[in-house]
Write a protein that binds this ligand. Structure first.
Ligand SMILES: Cc1cc2nc3c(=O)[nH]c(=O)nc-3n(C[C@H](O)[C@H](O)[C@H](O)COP(=O)(O)OP(=O)(O)OC[C@H]3O[C@@H](n4cnc5c(N)ncnc54)[C@H](O)[C@@H]3O)c2cc1C
Ligand SMILES: NC(=O)c1ccc[n+]([C@@H]2O[C@H](COP(=O)([O-])OP(=O)(O)OC[C@H]3O[C@@H](n4cnc5c(N)ncnc54)[C@H](O)[C@@H]3O)[C@@H](O)[C@H]2O)c1
Length: 474
């Protein structure tokens, strides 16, 4: 095959959330861009991550509500789940969103899109079977894939990952999920609500280093969904075939299920990229960069998204793309690490977090921390909807600076954005109390938690004295 030669401003490797954001930004700023994609346009988020998982969760929530309709005066019904139709729903959502990430759209923006695997052949040349590219800047946006732990027998046993779990032929009647992080908990709960018998095997505790009280709310809900939750449980042997798998734990217990889902974290895609030839230093975590996402060893190369070894989230990928654009194109020194990056697990109850947890704040700032809390049980909208589980906790530092927040409960991912807005703009807790929240909304909980910061001051003896004094003036 003859190779087309490109000499461009920006060459992007990978058309997932990160690479697409870089390519769209650079092309719309008038730069010449070549974009390589070996698989599906849209990468993980669209095809095997956020979009299918949230679509499956939506279906499972309806199944759950059907089983629990009686509280509202409707009849509880056992949902009949037609897995092929659930798959059609998931595929339909992907197909609806896909045009935004499509080759056609990016070509219409002016990018040259090459649907091939690309690798470096020198520090400033990249190639694929049909293309050879010299670029002023290369952006590695190759993402990550499911990490496969070194468990005896795992490689010889059929297992699912996020790449195959959504396209199974049938709904499994039982499923062991290895890993109780965001993927394991979200998908474990979704399958349980669709009727699968789910066991989650988690080596430490579910949901990692989140607020323990918030994690407890999630744990209670998973157990209420009939999920067998084994925390502090280490799988040591896996055996089985496509119809039956068996997992032996360190303590000798043996678990059996029809299928096994491996969800123990992500491994950066750094292999077969010619990074040695490009003189790009990397580790298992990803490409090693400075705080502006520029390779520490090849200044022509940048890394964004999951492969950059920082937060592995779609909105983080988008933010990192903007950091590249600001640094490389506008010469503005933007940093990749910010304190107001939110993360949300879309289980029920949703668990949203931004900045520091209570524990982390006390570890860092000792006594200069105040934690305020409001409960969804005191929120009228939550009462009308009978979803009163959860709370909003604000972690506030010296002078009213917001250090972080955790919200657990229905709609937590929406409500946390109010805190994000305040943190992003360096405002203080007062900005949240100045807000007029429409009634009745679940997000009012944030204002209520913020109000608790001022309550002791507002109703103090000093304020009462002031009121008594002001009474003298009519
Ligand atoms: C089940 C699941 C649910 C998730 N849910 C959420 C969520 O709700 N919210 C959220 O924020 N995040 C979520 N995430 C994380 C999110 O999907 C990722 O953080 C995001 O997709 C990363 O984007 P990326 O562009 O860095 O990588 P990717 O999307 O992986 O894109 C990289 C692309 O590069 C291509 N590629 C790799 N090597 C080459 C090469 N050499 N040549 C050419 N092309 C190459 C790949 O084919 C791929 O398409 C979820 C992840 C999973 C697994
Ligand atoms: N809603 C979201 O934003 C969302 C949803 C899904 C995934 N994601 C992203 O994808 C990333 C990967 O998710 P994930 O859930 O695969 O990873 P994770 O790192 O969030 O959780 C993995 C869990 O597996 C456990 N574990 C590790 N090895 C194990 C073993 N051998 N046996 C049992 N448990 C083991 C860990 O203790 C950890 O709790 C997340 O960190 C997040 O960045 C985000």
């Amino acid at each position: 095959m003859t190779q087309q030669t490109f000499n461009v401003d920006v060459c992007v490797i990978g058309a997932g959330a990160a690479g697409l954001s870089v390519a769209a930004g650079a092309a719309q700023l008038g730069l010449s861009v070549v974009l390589f994609e070996a698989g599906e346009m849209g990468g993980d988020c669209l095809n095997t991550g956020c979009v299918p998982s949230k679509s499956l969760i939506a279906a499972s929530k309806i199944a759950h509500n059907m089983r629990h309709a009686a509280e509202f005066g409707l009849k509880n019904v056992k949902p009949v789940v037609d897995w092929n139709k659930v798959r059609n729903h998931v595929d339909g959502v992907i197909a609806t969103i896909a045009p935004i990430d499509s080759q056609e759209r990016f070509e219409s923006l002016g990018c040259s899109v090459v649907r091939e695997h690309a690798n470096f052949i020198s520090p400033h040349v990249l190639e694929s079977p049909s293309a050879r590219v010299k670029a002023r800047r290369f952006v590695i946006a190759t993402g990550a894939r499911a990490a496969i732990p070194p468990i005896t027998g795992l490689h010889e046993t059929p297992f699912l990952t996020n790449e195959t779990v959504f396209t199974q032929d049938s709904l499994p009647h039982s499923l062991i999920v290895l890993g109780g992080g965001a993927v394991g908990v979200e998908l474990g709960q979704a399958f349980a609500r669709l009727g699968t018998l789910v066991t989650i095997v988690e080596a430490a505790n579910i949901m990692g280093p989140q607020d323990p009280e918030a994690v407890q709310a999630v744990r209670t809900s998973l157990q209420a969904d009939g999920i067998k939750l084994l925390e502090g449980a280490k799988a040591v042997i896996v055996t089985g075939d496509t119809d039956q798998v068996s997992v032996t734990l360190e303590d000798g217990r043996v678990l059996e299920a029809q299928r096994l889902l491996v969800a123990v974290g992500r491994t950066a895609r750094v292999e077969n990229l010619g990074l040695e030839k490009a003189k790009v230093v990397y580790s298992k975590k990803g490409v090693e960069t400075d705080q502006h996402l520029r390779s520490i060893s090849n200044p022509r190369v940048w890394a964004v998204g999951d492969v950059a070894g920082k937060e592995q989230l779609t909105h983080a990928a988008g933010f990192q793309a903007s950091v590249f654009i600001r640094n490389a194109l506008f010469k503005a020194p933007a940093k990749a690490q910010v304190s107001h990056m939110p993360a949300v697990a879309y289980c029920e109850p949703e668990l949203a977090r931004i900045g520091l947890t209570e524990i982390e704040a006390y570890q860092q700032f000792k006594r200069d921390v105040m934690v305020t809390k409001a409960e969804f049980s005191d929120n009228d909208r939550a009462q009308t909807e009978r979803t009163t589980t959860g709370f909003c906790k604000l972690v506030i530092g010296k002078g009213g600076k917001i250090l972080g927040a955790t919200i657990v409960g229905e709609g937590a991912g929406e409500a946390i954005q109010l805190v994000g807005m305040v943190m992003a703009n360096n405002q203080k807790v007062g900005a949240l109390t100045n807000l007029i929240s429409p009634y009745p909304t679940r997000s009012e909980i944030v204002k209520r938690a913020a109000g608790a910061y001022f309550t002791p001051r507002l109703f103090s003896e000093k304020t009462r004295k002031l009121i008594r004094f002001l009474k003298n003036f009519g």
